[in-house]
Ligand binder design. Structure first.
Ligand code: C2E
Ligand code: MG
Ligand code: MG
Length: 670
C-alpha cells in the first residue's frame, strides 16, 4: 500500500486508482463468461438457421472482448506512480481517469454488440427468445455483480442490450410482451441503482482504508517524533553542549552503571592548569575553543572503553572498568597531561597544563569514589602544574581527617574549641606593630592542629562557611574593642576571607552590620582576599565595592603565588598587596626572588599600594627587605601568630616600654 500524505483531492485520486484496479480485475474475471455466453448464443443461432448472422455477431463480440482485455492489461502510469501533489503525480492521476473512460467506452461498445442479439432471434419473436432473453438478463446481472467499483462501466454495458430487448418486445406488441418490456426497463433501473449504490460503498470502503492508513502513518510519525524528541532531551540532559562529552548527570549514570557491573573501577578527575588565564587573555570565545580542543584530545588519548565527561568549567572526569582497559592508569594520566600540553594553533600552549587525580580504590559509592579522586586531584594541584596523583593510604588518612573535621566542626564551634590567633605586621623599622592578621586555629582532639585551609574546606563541606565567618568576625571585633580600650586604635586588624566565603555569603552586610552594632570604626578592619576571588568577579564585585566605600581596606594576599595580574589588583580594589612568602623566605640568597620582590615594591610605589612582605624567617631576610625599602613586614622572625591575650599583653608591653619587641608566640605544627 502506498503512503497517503494528505486527504481531500489527493484521497479522491487514490480512490479512483483503487476503482480502476478493481474494475480491471473484475473485468478479467467476467470476460471469459461473456465469451462463453457469446459462444452459446452463436451456437443457438447456428442451430436455429441464423448461422451467418450468429458468426458475424460472435466475431464482433470476441473482437470487442479482446479489446477490453487489451485495455485491462494496457500499462497505466497512474497505477505505477504515486498520485501525490507533484506534477508527475498529477499526470498519473489523469492517466487513471483516462483509462476509466476508455473502459467505459469499451463497455459501451460491448453493450452495443449485445444489443444486436435480438437479430439472432427475429427481435425476440422466434422460439429461441427465452434463451436469448435469459442470456441477456444473465449477462447484465453478471456485469453489475462484477462491476461494483465503477458504476459507469456496467451501466454502459447493460443499457444498450436491455433497451434493445425492451424496444424489440414493445415492437413485437401484445400484452405479455409489453409487460415483459416494462419489466426489462424496471430491471434496468434496478440494476443501475444497484451498481451506483455498490460503487458508493466501494468508494467509502476505499476511503476508510486510506484514512486508516493516514491515521496509522500519523501515529507512526508522531511516535517517531516523540521518540526523537525524547532521545534529544535525553542527549541534552546527559551531555555537555559545548564539548559533546557527558555532563555531570550523564557521567553519574554511566559511572554508577559501571560500578554496578564491576568492582574494579578507576576514576580520574582532570583539571586544567592556567585555564583562567587563557580566558582572561584571549577571551571566552577562545576559552570555549580551547575546551572543545582539550575534550577532543582527551577523547583521542583514551581507549574507547572509557567514559569521559566535562563536569563543568575546566574540570573533566574519566571512568572505566579496570578489566576492560589494559593500560595502567598512571600511563593514561601521563599521556593525558602530555596531550593537553601539546602546542595549540591559536595560542601559547605553555600557559595550559593539566592536573590529574586518580582513584582506583574499591569504594561503596560513587560519591565516595569522587571525593577520593578529588582528594588526589587536590594533592596533584598542590604539587604544581602537570602532576598526577594516585589516591593512596596517606591521602585516605587525610580525607578521613577532613571528614572527621567536617563532622566535629559544628560542635567545636558551639563549644568554643576554635580560636583566632593574631600575627603582628610591622612597619619598615621591623619594630613598630602597624596591624595584626587574624588567623583561625583549631586543635582537634584526635588529629591535633588542623591547618586553616583544611578547616575552611571542612566548613564548606559541612555547610558551616557562614557560621565560621561570623565566629572569626566576632573574635576580630573583640580584638578591635580590646585595642580601642587600650588606646591602640591606630592599629588595624586584617581578617582573611576565602574566595568561597566572598562569593557565597553576604560578607559585606555581615561585616558592616557587626561593626555598626559595636560602634567600631571601619578603618580598623582590613580584609585579605586572594586572586582566586576574581574567578567569580561578578559575585564579589558589588560586595568589595560596598566594603571599600564603607572604609574597609582590601589586601591582596599571596601575591606572586598565582597569576599576579595587574587586572586582579584593579578588579579587586586592592589597597594593599601582600607578597607571598614563597618569594620572601630566603630571598637574601636568591637573586630571582629579590628581583621579583623589587618589582612588586616598584609596582606598589607606582600604583600607590601598600606592600607587605610575608614569611620573613631570618634576620638576613629582614635586613634585605629593609634595604630594599619594603614598607611593611610579617613573619615568624618578627612575630608568630599568638592567642589574643598574649598578643594584647605584648602590645601593652610594647606601649609601656618604647623599645623594639619581638613577639614570639607558640607555633602550631600542622
Ligand atoms: P595567609 O593569609 O597568607 O596567612 C599567613 C600564613 O603564613 C599563616 O599560616 C601564618 O601562620 C603563616 N606565616 C606567617 N609568617 C610565616 C613565616 O615566617 N614562615 C612561615 N612558614 N609561615 C608564616 P596559617 O595560619 O596556617 O594560614 C594559612 C592560610 O590559611 C592563610 O594564609 C589564609 O589564607 C588561610 N587562613 C588562615 N586563617 C584564616 C581565616 O580565619 N579565614 C580564612 N578564610 N582563611 C584563613
Ligand atoms: Mg592572609
Ligand atoms: Mg598570605
Amino acid at each position: 500500500m502506498r503512503p497517503v500524505r494528505s486527504a481531500g483531492p489527493q484521497l479522491d485520486k487514490l480512490i479512483r486508482r483503487d476503482q480502476l484496479e478493481a474494475a480491471r480485475a473484475s473485468l478479467q474475471q467476467s470476460l471469459p463468461i461473456n465469451g462463453l455466453l457469446g459462444l452459446a448464443s452463436c451456437l443457438v443461432a447456428i442451430h436455429s438457421g441464423h448461422g451467418t448472422l450468429g458468426g458475424v455477431w460472435f466475431s464482433a463480440s470476441t473482437a470487442v472482448n479482446l479489446l477490453r482485455l487489451g485495455l485491462c492489461r494496457a500499462p497505466c502510469p497512474g497505477l505505477a506512480t504515486p498520485t501525490d501533489g507533484t506534477s508527475s503525480g498529477e499526470t498519473a492521476a489523469r492517466s487513471i481517469d483516462w483509462h476509466l473512460q476508455l473502459a467505459c467506452l469499451a463497455a459501451l461498445l460491448s453493450g452495443l454488440v449485445w444489443a444486436f442479439l435480438p437479430a439472432l432471434c427475429d427481435g425476440y419473436t422466434s422460439g429461441q427468445t427465452l434463451f436469448y432473453l435469459t442470456v441477456t438478463c444473465g449477462i447484465t446481472a453478471g456485469a453489475v455483480t462484477h462491476g461494483t467499483s465503477f458504476a459507469r462501466i456496467p451501466i454502459c454495458f447493460i443499457t444498450p442490450p436491455l433497451l434493445s430487448a425492451a424496444g424489440c418486445l414493445l415492437a413485437a406488441g401484445g400484452f405479455d410482451r409489453i409487460c415483459l418490456a416494462a419489466t426489462v426497463l424496471l430491471y434496468l433501473t434496478a440494476l443501475i441503482r444497484s451498481t451506483i449504490a455498490t460503487e458508493k460503498t466501494f468508494r467509502e470502503t476505499s476511503r476508510l482504508k486510506y484514512e486508516a492508513t493516514v491515521l496509522a502513518e500519523a501515529r507512526k510519525a508522531a511516535h517517531a517524533s516523540a521518540s526523537a524528541l525524547a532521545e534529544e532531551m535525553h542527549q541534552q540532559a546527559t551531555h555537555d553542549g559545548l564539548t559533546g562529552l557527558l555532563n555531570r548527570t550523564g557521567f553519574t549514570q554511566r559511572a554508577e552503571a559501571r560500578m554496578a557491573a564491576s568492582e574494579a573501577i578507576c576514576l580520574m578527575l582532570l583539571d586544567l592548569d592556567g585555564f583562567k588565564l587563557v580566558n582572561d587573555v584571549y577571551g571566552h570565545t577562545m576559552g570555549d575553543r580551547v575546551l572543545i580542543e582539550v575534550a577532543r584530545r582527551i577523547r583521542s588519548a583514551l581507549p574507547a572503553e572509557c567514559d569521559i565527561a566535562r563536569l563543568g568549567g575546566d574540570e573533566f572526569a574519566v571512568v572505566f572498568e579496570r578489566s576492560r582497559v589494559i593500560e595502567n592508569p598512571v600511563a593514561l594520566a601521563e599521556r593525558l597531561i602530555w596531550t593537553v600540553t601539546e602546542p595549540f594553533d591559536s595560542f601559547d600552549a605553555g600557559r595550559l597544563g593539566m592536573s590529574v587525580g586518580i582513584c582506583q580504590w574499591p569504594t561503596e559509592s560513587l560519591t565516595h569514589l569522587l571525593s577520593c579522586a578529588d582528594e588526589a586531584l587536590y594533592a596533584a594541584k598542590h604539587a604544581g602544574r602537570n602532576h598526577f596523583r594516585l589516591f593512596d593510604d596517606g591521602l585516605r588518612r587525610r580525607l578521613e581527617m577532613r571528614r572527621e573535621c567536617e563532622r566535629g566542626l559544628s560542635q567545636a564551634l558551639a563549644e568554643g574549641a576554635l580560636k583566632v590567633w593574631f600575627q603582628p605586621i610591622f612597619g619598615r623599622d621591623g619594630r613598630s606593630v602597624t596591624s595584626l592578621e587574624a588567623l583561625v586555629r583549631w586543635h582537634h582532639p584526635v588529629h591535633g592542629w588542623v591547618s586553616p585551609p583544611d578547616l575552611i574546606a571542612a566548613a564548606a563541606m559541612a555547610g558551616l562557611t557562614e557560621s565560621l565567618l561570623r565566629f572569626i568576625l566576632e573574635q576580630v571585633c573583640t580584638m578591635l574593642c580590646a585595642l580601642r580600650s587600650r588606646n591602640l586604635d591606630d592599629l588595624s586588624v586584617a581578617m582573611n576571607v576565602s574566595p568561597r566565603e566572598m562569593a557565597q555569603i553576604p560578607v559585606d552586610d555581615i561585616i558592616l552590620a557587626r561593626l555598626q552594632t559595636l560602634g567600631l570604626p571601619t578603618a580598623m578592619l582590613e580584609i585579605e582576599i586572594t586572586e582566586e576571588t576574581a574567578l567569580d568577579i561578578d559575585a564579589v564585585q558589588g560586595k568589595l565595592l560596598a566594603l571599600s566605600r564603607a572604609g574597609i581596606r582590601v589586601a591582596l594576599d599571596d601575591f606572586g603565588n598565582g597569576y599576579s595580574s595587574l587586572a586582579s589588583l584593579r578588579q579587586l580594589r586592592a589597597d594593599r598587596v601582600k607578597i607571598d612568602r614563597s618569594l620572601v623566605t630566603g630571598l637574601t640568597e636568591a637573586e630571582d626572588k629579590r628581583e621579583l620582590v623589587q618589582a612588586v615594591l616598584g609596582l606598589g610605589r607606582a600604583l600607590d599600594l601598600e606592600v607587605v612582605a610575608e614569611g620573613i624567617e631570618t634576620a638576613d631576610d629582614l635586613a634585605t627587605l629593609q634595604a630594599m625599602g619594603c614598607p611593611f613586614m610579617q613573619g615568624f622572625h618578627l612575630g608568630r601568630p599568638q592567642p589574643a591575650e598574649d598578643i594584647l599583653r605584648s602590645l601593652e608591653d610594647l606601649a609601656d616600654r618604647p623599645r623594639p619587641i619581638h613577639l614570639h608566640g607558640s607555633r602550631p605544627s600542622f
